[in-house]
Design a protein around this ligand. Structure first.
Ligand code: AMP
Length: 190
């Protein structure tokens, strides 16, 4: 069983790459952003709560996010492995995920970051915002706030996984196919 965390700033291409990797390695793709958006669309209580944070580009509180992620993992008991996309984003989430997997005799196999320059990513997100319909992609101030959240709360996770010998990074700039190949090279050596 392999459990992979896809790591990277907003717009780095995590979702796009996950679509290819989940097929190639038979993994269950869990994107917390997608699950929140599904709940917003269906007007659930979770969606209403998450929206108040997401619309501003703030992170949704840990307690809510961790509970939701754990319940999604439990819904996929027969999975051959997970591809976590957009989770964990804080130290508390990373620690909770480790403890949760340990309770199931599992662990994170590797974390792979898609590295890219901020200015390229902001431009990409604004472009995506024209068609994605996502309010958090359409306003440069919200986008900058998402980067601030990333730098303050998520970037420290690189050290967390590095200290466990589980951190890898690939160049996230290139064609979708090129980046998938770079990720595959890392995964094939795990
Ligand atoms: P994403 O689709 O991964 O860019 O996530 C979109 C938004 O969903 C983020 O800006 C946060 O508001 C929220 N979100 C997604 N994943 C998490 C997480 N692991 N922790 C907190 N908030 C999250």
């Amino acid at each position: 069983m392999i459990n992979i965390v896809l790591f990277g700033k907003p717009g780095a291409g995590k979702g796009t790459q996950a679509e290819f990797l989940k097929e190639k390695y038979n993994l269950t793709h869990l994107s917390t952003g997608d699950i929140f958006r599904f709940n917003i669309k269906n007007e659930t209580d979770l969606g209403k709560l998450a929206r108040t944070f997401m619309d501003k580009g703030d992170l949704v509180p840990d307690e809510v996010t961790i509970k939701m992620l754990e319940s999604e993992v439990d819904k996929n008991q027969d999975s051959a492995g997970f591809l976590f996309d957009g989770f964990p984003r804080t130290l508390a989430q990373a620690e909770a995920l480790d403890a949760f997997l340990k309770s199931k005799n599992q662990s994170i196999t590797a974390t792979i970051a898609l590295a890219a320059d901020d200015n390229i990513l902001v431009a990409r997100l604004l472009e995506r915002g024209k068609t994605s319909g996502r309010p958090d992609d359409q306003d440069e101030e919200k986008i900058r706030n998402r980067y601030q959240e990333y730098n303050e709360k998520t970037a420290p996770l690189m050290n967390y996984y590095n200290n466990q010998g589980k951190f890898h990074a690939v160049n996230g700039i290139g064609s979708v196919h090129e980046v998938t190949n770079r990720l595959s090279l890392v995964i094939d050596q795990l």
